[in-house]
Design a protein around this ligand. Structure first.
Ligand code: F6R
Length: 614
């Protein structure tokens, strides 16, 4: 979704704003713009298309000034165009704003303003905000902050806003409700942005604005205010991520880099949660969760998430039911929040979100909390809204995930879920001491095995070059292979734009097989040994209808050779941990298909990294 940034300090603002916008590119956008204050006048440059066009324009015709705001727009109201791009200004061009979010009541507000003679230039919802600020600023005789406070009271919906005014060249004002906003003071000035990577090169000590808060940025300090303008105090949060982790580091795309970072990311997720006991056995030490009676006696656990994180939740259901023998449900956040779910105050709700800012996931979390459930969050972003509002937080330690298609965030979410399931299984007496040791050892070996899979990337690349032109690609599996199929199909459709679906292999004959023909590739995950024979039958059913077949199974299993043209093997682990390994060739396959199609895998069309609108 849109990215916003702002800078006020000692250096030229425009180049810094462009650098920050490039760091926010991954969020998805269709146009970009900046507004800079120079000599108490505001100068705006904005255009449809990539940031590099804006950059080139600013290099040819620079805008001077040491304070400014910038924006990448992901169109919601009004087509992508120069006019609809942000920043938007009031009629006199004295106030400029950038906005991430949606003003739900903008039509009413627009009519109200038009009734007072305001002429609109764009089709955006955002433009109403700047005209209302101007209305209060000119009409009420107060300052810019007072005008903003009055304006915010009229807005329904969500916003992260940054505002500059020619009358206040010494400050930028920013406000947040429902869309993320982070501020920090660096050596050369103060910064504001939608996400951490844009600030990392200047500071790692940041303030996460909370809903209803306003930040006033000056060159060397930031004042935090409440919704009525009252002064607030907030400690800064130190971000451990380093700058390199938000750079491509020699890889052609962030997505490939992030796929290759998975062994380390999974190690980082496991490391702090494994320790040696007095007998030198490796055991799980999940002390951030405090698995008290509420957990061990829980009658039901509920996973709630969106997209890839939802798939991690389905693996969570299989894992918790398998290891801990607790009934588990999994819900898509946007379904959970709008239907009438049955609440039980003894429920534990596990909310999963890489960004910790997904609008539907946050709303689902709040609904669960209001109804007495204890909410446990699995997230990657320290300081995110989810991490601040949940009762308990487990961090995935995946480092910044920049590519829109989630990879290392997913595998680290699943690692955290397995740790939880195993530990809960042990506490509930569902796993013997011997099995527990075996499982913990197997989980500890996963990062190394993931590396072995990545070493075979060329074979997936070759496979993609042979198959990428198929018009349909289906993924199927049973048990733990089913959610992996779902995640693989999502990855492929997101970045290669190929029609792909996932099927529980047992469902094939109940409908999906009607779609299978010679222009179809069927990828079969076959890692559940007890179900091998059933999978062989399913593969025969699709190949006999002309489909090409790829089977992903364990090393040393050779009988799939007789039924499938293509086989990719995985180093063997426990069947129940197979998702952590089996998803890796599927991620690589999606990536290489996207590259073969000439797509940009990091920034797939129509998609945004952080879905902060509902
Ligand atoms: C897919 C993908 C999305 C996200 C979903 C939830 O590759 O990245 O499906 O998983 O938008 O995002 P988070 O995890 O940030 O809540």
């Amino acid at each position: 979704m849109c990215g916003i940034t702002g800078y006020i300090g000692y250096d030229e603002a425009a180049p810094l704003l462009i650098r920050a916008l490039k760091k926010l590119e991954y969020r998805g956008y269709d146009s970009a713009g900046v507004a800079v204050i120079d000599n108490e006048r505001i100068f705006v440059r904005k255009m449809k298309g990539q940031i590099k066009l804006l950059d080139e324009s600013l290099l040819s015709f620079p805008l001077g000034g040491k304070a400014g705001i910038g924006h990448t727009r992901w169109a919601t109201h009004g087509e992508p165009s120069d006019i609809n791009s942000h920043p938007h200004t009031d009629s006199e061009g004295r106030i400029a704003i950038v906005h991430n979010g949606i003003v739900e009541n903008y039509i009413k507000l627009k009519q109200w303003l038009q009734g007072r003679g305001v002429v609109f230039r764009s089709d955006t919802d955002t433009e109403v905000i700047v005209h209302i600020i101007n209305y209060f600023y000119r009409g009420n005789g107060g300052g810019l902050l007072d005008a903003l406070i009055e304006t915010l009271k009229l807005l329904n919906g969500s916003y992260a806003l940054a505002i500059v005014s020619a009358d206040y060249p010494d400050r930028i004002i920013a406000a947040r409700k429902g869309s993320p906003l982070i501020a920090g003071v660096g050596k050369t000035g103060s910064f504001i942005a939608s996400d951490i990577p844009a600030l990392l090169e200047h500071t790692r000590d940041v303030i996460f604005l909370e809903d209803g808060e306003i930040a006033v940025l000056y060159r060397d300090h930031i004042e935090l205010r409440g919704s009525e303008g009252e002064a607030l105090k907030r400690e800064t949060t130190h971000i451990e991520w380093d700058i390199e982790s938000a750079e491509k580091g020699g890889y052609p795309h962030f997505m490939l880099k992030e796929i290759f970072e998975q062994p380390k990311a999974m190690s980082d997720a496991l490391g702090p949660r494994l320790k040696k006991d007095s007998a030198s056995n490796t055991i799980i030490d999940f002390d951030e969760v405090k698995l008290d009676e509420r957990w061990t006696q829980a009658r039901r656990i509920l996973f709630v998430a969106c997209g890839t994180a939802y798939h991690a939740g389905i693996i969570g259901k299989y894992a918790l039911e398998h290891f801990a023998r607790i009934p588990v449900e999994v819900d898509i956040a946007s379904e959970y929040r709008y239907r009438r779910p049955v609440f039980d105050k003894n429920d534990i709700v596990i909310v999963i979100s890489q960004s910790g800012e997904t609008a539907d996931t946050l709303a689902a979390m709040r609904l669960a909390k209001q109804n007495g459930s204890r909410v446990f969050a699995i997230t990657n972003v320290p300081g995110s809204t989810l991490s601040r509002e949940a009762d308990t937080v487990v961090y995935t330690y995946a480092g910044p995930e920049i590519a829109v298609a989630s990879t290392k965030a997913f595998t680290t979410q699943v690692v955290c879920i397995y740790l939880l399931a195993l530990e809960l299984g042990r506490l509930r007496g569902q796993i013997s001491a011997q099995d527990y040791q075996r499982y913990v050892a197997a989980l500890s070996a996963i990062p190394k095995q993931a590396r072995q899979i990545l070493d075979k990337k060329e074979s997936i690349q070759r496979l993609a070059s042979r198959q990428f032109n198929k018009t349909k690609m289906f993924f199927m599996g049973r048990q733990f292979d089913y959610p992996v199929s779902m995640e693989s199909a999502l990855k492929l459709k997101e970045i290669s734009y190929t029609h792909s679906e996932a099927f529980a292999a047992g469902e094939l004959k109940h409908g999906p097989i009607a779609l299978v023909d010679s222009d179809t590739l069927v990828v079969t995950f076959a890692t559940q040994k007890a179900l091998f024979e059933k999978m062989i039958s399913n593969i025969r059913e699709v190949t006999s209808r002309g489909a090409a077949s790829l089977v992903i199974t364990w090393e040393g299993v050779d009988f799939f050779d007789t039924v499938s043209d293509e086989i990719f093997t995985l180093p063997e682990t426990e069947d129940s941990f197979s998702p952590l390994l089996a998803v890796i060739p599927a991620q690589l396959f999606a990536y290489y298909c996207a590259v073969q199609h000439g797509n940009t895998p990091d920034k797939p069309r129509n998609l945004a990294k952080s879905v902060t609108v509902e």
